[in-house]
Design a protein around this ligand. Structure first.
Ligand SMILES: O=P(O)(O)OC[C@H]1O[C@H](OP(=O)(O)O)[C@H](O)[C@@H]1O
Length: 313
C-alpha cells in the first residue's frame, strides 16, 4: 500500500490538486497499484480505493474517477486486472479530451477585446481562456489570489507565460474590478443535481458581484464533476482545512479566537448563466439530465453508485 499511501498524502497536502488533476491522478495510481497486486485482487483494490476516496471530500471528480475505475469485471484476478487497467486508461482519456472540448466550446463565448475574470486555478477554465487567445482574440484576464493557498498565482503565471495579459488582484477587490469585466469563467469541484456549483471559497461572492453588475458568469466543468450522489439527496461535504493555512502565530493560540478555513463554497444556480461541459454549453437546470443520461448511473444498490461504461465516448 506504499504507493497508495504516498498518493493519498499528495492529494491531502494538495501537492496534487485541482479537481480534474486529482481524478486523473487517482485513476493512474489505481492502475499502477493494480499492476503490483499479487493476491486478493478485489480486497486489495477495495482497500486502496477507500484510502484514496477519503483524501478530499468535496471534489466529486475523485469519487467518479474511483467508481469508474473500480467498476472492472472479470472471471479471475488476471482478467480483473486487465479490465481495471483498461478502465483507468479510458477515464484518463476522458479527462484529457473533455478539457479540450470545453476549451473549444467555451472560447466562443469570449468575444474579441474582452476582460475575463477567473478565480483559483482551474484547468477547465484556463482551457477556455487559452482557446480564446489561440483564436487570435485580444483578451485580458483578471485573476484573484485565491487565499489561503494562493492558487491564483499559478493561474497568473500559467496565463502570463502563455502570452496573455494578466492582472492579479486580492480576493476582496473582486467587486471593485467587476465593472471592467465582460465575463467570469471559473471551474468546478462539484455540480449538484439542482445545478448549484461548489468551487473554491470566494466563488459565490464573485457570482454575486457579477450578477449585480450583469456580467455573465460561466462555469467550465467536465461531466465527471457532476455529483450522482446528490440525486440520492445527499448533501456535498464542504472540506474545512487546517487553520494554519490561513494564519500562524499568536492569534491561532488565543483562547478567544477561532480561525475557520472552508476550502469551498456554494453558488446557487440562479447566479450561473452557463455550464460549459464536453457535451455542450448547458444551463445549470440541466444538471439532472447530465447525471441521469451522461454519467449513466445504473442501479443504486444501497449506497453504491456505478458509472456505466456504455455512456463513455
Ligand atoms: O478540475 P479543474 O478545472 O482543474 O479545477 C477545478 C477546481 O479545483 C480546484 O480545487 P483545489 O485547488 O484542488 O482545492 C479549484 O477549486 C478549481 O476551481
Amino acid at each position: 500500500m506504499d504507493l497508495i499511501d504516498e498518493a493519498a498524502r499528495k492529494i491531502e497536502s494538495m501537492e496534487v490538486r485541482g479537481a480534474a488533476r486529482i481524478a486523473r491522478f487517482a485513476a493512474e495510481t489505481l492502475r499502477e497499484y493494480a499492476k503490483s497486486v499479487k493476491t486478493n485482487f478485489d480486497e486489495e483494490m477495495r482497500r486502496a480505493s477507500e484510502r484514496l476516496m477519503n483524501t478530499r471530500p468535496t471534489a466529486v471528480s475523485l469519487f467518479n474517477a474511483i467508481n469508474y475505475v473500480m467498476s472492472y469485471s472479470g472471471e479471475n484476478d488476471e482478467e480483473k486486472r486487465e479490465s481495471l487497467i483498461r478502465r483507468a486508461e479510458e477515464f484518463i482519456e476522458w479527462v484529457d479530451t473533455a478539457r479540450e472540448k470545453i476549451g473549444r466550446t467555451g472560447a466562443k463565448r469570449i468575444v474579441d477585446g474582452s476582460t475575463v475574470m477567473t478565480h483559483c486555478n482551474s484547468s477547465a477554465a484556463l482551457s477556455v481562456i487559452k482557446h480564446a487567445f489561440d483564436e487570435g482574440k485580444d483578451i485580458r484576464v483578471i485573476a484573484t489570489e485565491s487565499r489561503p493557498r494562493h492558487q491564483g498565482y499559478l493561474t497568473t503565471k500559467e496565463l502570463a507565460d502563455y502570452g496573455i495579459d494578466v492582472t492579479l488582484i486580492v480576493d476582496s477587490a473582486v467587486r471593485y474590478f467587476m465593472k471592467e469585466v465582460d465575463v467570469v469563467v471559473v471551474g468546478a469541484d462539484t455540480i449538484t443535481v439542482n445545478g448549484a456549483l461548489i468551487n473554491k471559497i470566494g466563488t459565490s461572492q464573485i457570482a454575486l458581484a457579477a450578477k449585480e453588475a450583469r456580467v455573465p458568469f460561466m462555469v467550465a466543468a467536465e461531466t465527471y464533476k457532476f455529483s450522482p450522489k446528490t440525486l440520492l439527496g445527499e448533501l456535498v461535504v464542504i472540506e474545512e482545512r487546517d487553520a494554519r493555512e490561513v494564519i500562524g502565530g499568536d492569534l491561532l493560540e488565543h483562547p478567544n479566537v477561532t480561525v475557520r478555513n472552508p476550502a469551498f463554497d456554494v453558488t446557487p444556480r440562479d447566479y450561473i448563466d452557463l455550464i460549459i461541459t464536453e457535451i455542450g454549453a448547458i444551463p445549470p437546470e440541466m444538471a439532472y439530465i447530465v447525471i441521469r443520461d451522461h454519467l449513466g448511473y445504473r442501479e443504486f444498490g444501497g449506497e453504491e453508485i456505478t458509472l456505466s461504461p456504455e455512456h463513455y465516448d
